[in-house]
Design a protein around this ligand. Structure first.
Ligand code: NAI
Length: 331
């Protein structure tokens, strides 16, 4: 099936082409993000493949539908960048990748937590500069501390199990109970109890209208003073300006994020030679107790391999008129 692949970086091209060897779909790689301006590049493609910062809103989808697109495959679990209601009205089926190494994200969240708590990135930068001083690098033991998870699905349950291995008490909040989270030693509590008791809060829920800015000035005020916030889920879960205010007062003791509200204009590209006009991210990276990575939690050999294989399998199933195992429910 002729497929336009947007936001195609070098690793997307090689890994998707490899997964496509047997299936033989005609892949048209486009480096740009999908938008109103670039949708025309998918002219004549029955399938369009996108990533998290592509724009698949109603207007863009209408353009794609008019050009003959009938399948939208996102190379991600989250699908908040797609207007699924509009897709359904336009007759475009939407598929995602529900199952790919949840370990990739959970392990990265642990890595971010360790990095921000023990100032690992700062220490490494210092030693490269011949500075072996320890001043400013003190962290806390995680053993014996309380870790609260908002969202206890696949990734949350694995993160909980790892943190239980550190000797932490694990609390969780989720509208649905997950036995795997409870098996890991997790206990369900209200959001308020979770915030007030946790030394570390880690976000593992999807971005929806209900969860947008789930971390805001009011919730940060209820958090344990000096707690660390980890976000590997979606930038929109956190009101970044409120987080900055809480960092300034010390209410928030550390922030480790792999995702950022305005990341669409920044992430997945090299801007090191340009003037970055986003003052919020510039302020964030100026804090010594903040670590920011560019949406790389999923980026392991295992996860990318599974993402590409599932995406190709979905396109093949659609072409053959078979049921779509990873279809996004219609809004
Ligand atoms: P999942 O669907 O297995 O778990 C999500 C959990 O969040 C569910 O248990 C759900 O009930 C819960 N939830 C929904 N609304 C909630 C609310 N208001 N409060 C508390 N919990 C709520 O999803 P999975 O695989 O664990 O992924 C979690 C998120 O991680 C994804 O939605 C995605 O945004 C993010 N992600 C980030 C990646 C990265 O590279 N940084 C890669 C993959 C996923």
């Amino acid at each position: 099936m002729r497929t336009a692949v947007f936001s195609a970086r070098r690793y997307d091209r090689t890994m998707l082409a490899k997964a496509n060897e047997a299936a033989g779909h005609e892949l048209r790689f486009v480096e740009d993000r999908l938008s109103l301006e670039t949708a025309a590049l998918a002219e004549g493609c029955e399938a369009v493949c996108v990533f998290v910062n592509d724009n698949a809103d109603a207007q863009v989808l209408a353009l794609l539908a008019a050009q003959g697109t009938r399948l939208l495959a996102t190379r991600s679990t989250g699908y908040n960048h797609i207007d699924t209601g509009a897709a359904a009205r336009l007759g475009i089926a939407v598929v995602r990748v529900t199952d790919y190494s949840p370990y990739s994200v959970a392990e990265f969240a642990v890595g971010l937590l360790l990095a921000v708590n023990r100032k690992i990135a700062r220490a490494s930068a210092r030693t490269r500069d011949g500075n072996f001083d320890l001043d400013g690098l003190m962290g806390i033991d995680l053993h014996g501390k309380t870790v609260g998870l908002i969202g206890t699905g696949k990734i949350g349950a694995i993160f909980a199990r790892i943190m239980a291995g550190f000797g932490c008490t694990i609390l969780g909040h989720d509208p649905f109970r997950n036995p795997a989270f409870e098996d890991a030693g997790g206990r369900y509590v209200t959001v308020d109890e979770l915030l007030s008791c946790s030394d570390v809060v880690s976000l593992h829920c999807p971005l929806t209208e209900q969860t947008r800015h789930i971390v805001n000035a009011a919730t940060l005020a209820k958090a344990k003073r000096g707690s660390i916030l980890v976000n590997t889920s979606r930038g929109g879960l956190v009101d970044t300006e409120a987080a900055i205010e809480a960092l300034k007062t010390g209410q928030l003791g550390g922030l480790a994020i792999d995702v950022y509200e305005q990341e669409a204009n920044l992430f997945f590209q090299d801007l090191s030679s340009t003037i970055i006009c986003d003052d919020v991210i510039q302020r964030l990276v100026s804090f010594p107790n903040v670590i920011v990575t560019g949406h790389q939690a999923f980026f392991t050999v295992e996860a990318i391999g599974q993402i590409m294989q599932t995406t190709i399998a979905s396109i093949t199933a659609f072409e053959r008129g078979e049921p779509l195992a990873n279809r996004v429910p219609e809004a």
